[in-house]
Design a protein. Structure first.
Length: 534
């Protein structure tokens, strides 16, 4: 089991080796291997064809045993000696059952004027099996010595005896083909050298081409690394979309854009959730603070009433109740005292009721509950609000300016729109000194939407102290007040402008503020005009 598991693990390691090799190395290796195989096949095929072509002439001469038979017949029965000649053919005779042939023709070599030298004989075996296997078929064998090559053919022949009979033997004919094999060897060496040069050149050129072709993948790798490091704005360089890499890069860029959008959306959602949680906590804290003040006042007056022993004798004399025993050292309450206590309780209760109504309105707007959408004349509502402000502050200069070009009809809830304008006027009256001028303008123009639509624009401008940058950024937040001490002399609970922003948004409009410290403030609301107005 341990041996099998060891072999299995080793095989798994071998199978994982290609996955560890870079792609460019695998491509170059594969190309070089294919080219090497192709060159080898071409060389082998070419050498084989050339060798067969060159040997075919020798084979044609060796496959004609007729003339050789008569020559050997004459040699055997005339007791002739072996003939030596300066040619390339060799001839021998092997008697039946013999183990050594008898040379008939022996080629010699040498320069003119020198003693000729016999060429080494072919190293052909004389076993019956070898002779039977190559009967009539040419075969190349080496010489008994030296580096020469012989082409050998054997024939089984029957020879006539002069006394009247026959004898059987094997005729062995050979031709010197050393020049053929030298030519083939030279061609093989040339093919090897040329193939090596081609492979080296292809390796250099192929490496450059593969590196250039894989550069887009390298760019994708670097882009992925940059994105993994946190740079979501990185993109793959654009390539020709007609290529595979170009289409891949375009698809990756589209995917990366979607990922970046989703990531930023998630970040924005998380940020919005944290801000919403913070606002909720602040809302709860502010609501608790605002509600605690009237509740504390009501409880304080009730406790004061109890500590003073209730209504005094005046109440008893009038028959309203039985007199209570006042605590020692305290005088019972009189009717004027009771009237003041009840008046303060009523005031605090009304204040708490207004606060609860405002918070309930904001909660309903947050739930996006539908509101009425009926044609409302915004100019009529504005004129009524200006007239009410003039009655409340008769010593102020409050001017209304009306633009021309359209009827100021909007779709909405008349009561809520009256509340919007009333809150803006109340804000201007409350947060500016007495005698400060207030200008109210209503005009028609293009809204801030995309695309902008024909809208009614209402501006309430004062010439008071204005707001700072931080105050202007937070003025529409719930329970935010410029007076951080939360004094009651400078206004209410800080929900008026938050209600304005929520109601305008519910009507499909926008709200804005232009202010300069010491130069006054201009609150602007924009509401789309109805079809009747346009």
């Amino acid at each position: 089991m341990s041996v099998q598991s060891g072999l299995s693990s080793r095989w798994q390691e071998i199978r994982r080796v290609p996955g560890r090799v870079p792609l460019r190395i695998r491509l170059i290796t594969a190309v070089l291997a294919l080219v090497a195989v192709a060159l080898s096949i071409i060389s082998i095929a070419g050498i084989s064809v050339l060798r067969g072509y060159l040997l075919s002439g020798y084979d044609a001469g060796l496959k004609n045993p007729g003339g050789l038979h008569d020559f050997v017949q004459h040699y055997l029965f005339t007791q002739s000696t072996t003939v030596s000649f300066g040619g390339q053919q060799w001839l021998a005779y092997l008697p039946a059952g013999g183990h050594r042939w008898q040379p008939v023709l022996e080629p010699v070599t040498g320069r003119p004027g020198t003693q000729p030298t016999r060429l080494p004989q072919p190293a052909a075996p004389v076993t019956p099996a070898w002779l039977a296997a190559h009967d009539g078929q040419p075969v190349t064998v080496s010489a008994q010595s030296g580096g020469r090559q012989w082409r050998v053919v054997t024939y089984r022949q029957t020879f006539l005896i002069p006394s009247g009979g026959t004898t059987t033997g094997t005729l062995i004919a050979a031709a010197d083909v050393t020049s053929v094999y030298r030519t083939v060897d030279a061609l093989a060496r040339i093919d090897t050298i040329v193939s090596a040069i081609v492979i080296v050149a292809l390796a250099v050129v192929g490496a450059a081409i593969v590196r250039s072709s894989l550069r887009p993948l390298t760019d994708i790798e670097h882009t992925a690394e940059a994105i993994a490091a946190g740079d979501l704005s990185r993109r793959v360089p654009d390539r020709d979309p007609r290529t595979e890499v170009g289409r891949l890069g375009r698809s990756l860029n589209t995917m990366l854009a979607q990922i970046e959008t989703a990531f930023h959306a998630r970040e924005d959602s998380e940020t919005a959730a944290r801000r919403s949680e913070e606002r909720m906590r602040q809302f709860v804290a502010d609501a608790s603070h605002e509600l605690r003040t009237p509740l504390t006042a009501i409880r304080g007056y009730a406790e004061y009433y109890r500590q003073r022993g209730g209504l005094g004798l005046g109440g008893a004399a009038n028959g309203t109740r039985e007199p209570d025993a006042a605590p020692p050292g305290t005088a019972p309450l009189t009717e004027p005292d009771m009237d003041r206590i009840m008046e303060r309780v009523e005031q605090e209760s009304a204040r708490m009721g207004v606060l609860v109504e405002d918070m309930l309105l904001l909660a309903r707007l947050d739930q996006q509950r539908p509101i009425e959408h009926r044609p409302v004349d915004l100019l009529t509502l504005t004129a009524d609000a200006v007239q009410d402000a003039r009655m409340i502050a008769p010593r102020r200069t409050i001017e209304l300016t009306v633009g021309s070009g359209a009827a100021f009809l909007v779709l909405g809830d008349e009561a809520r729109l009256r509340q919007v304008i009333s809150n803006l006027m109340t804000n201007a009256l409350t947060h500016t000194p007495d005698g400060t001028r207030i200008d109210v303008r209503i005009t028609a123009g293009r809204g801030d939407g995309h695309p902008p639509v024909r809208s009614a624009i209402l501006e309430v401008a004062d010439r008071g102290p204005g707001l700072g940058k931080e105050q202007a950024e937070r003025v529409f937040e719930r329970f935010y007040r410029a007076d951080q001490a939360r004094g009651r002399k400078t206004g209410g609970a800080g929900l008026g402008l938050a209600i304005v922003a929520a109601l305008v948004a519910a009507h499909g409009g926008t709200v804005g503020l232009d202010t300069t410290p010491g130069g006054g403030a201009t609150f602007r609301i924009t509401l789309p005009l109805s079809a009747e107005a346009t």
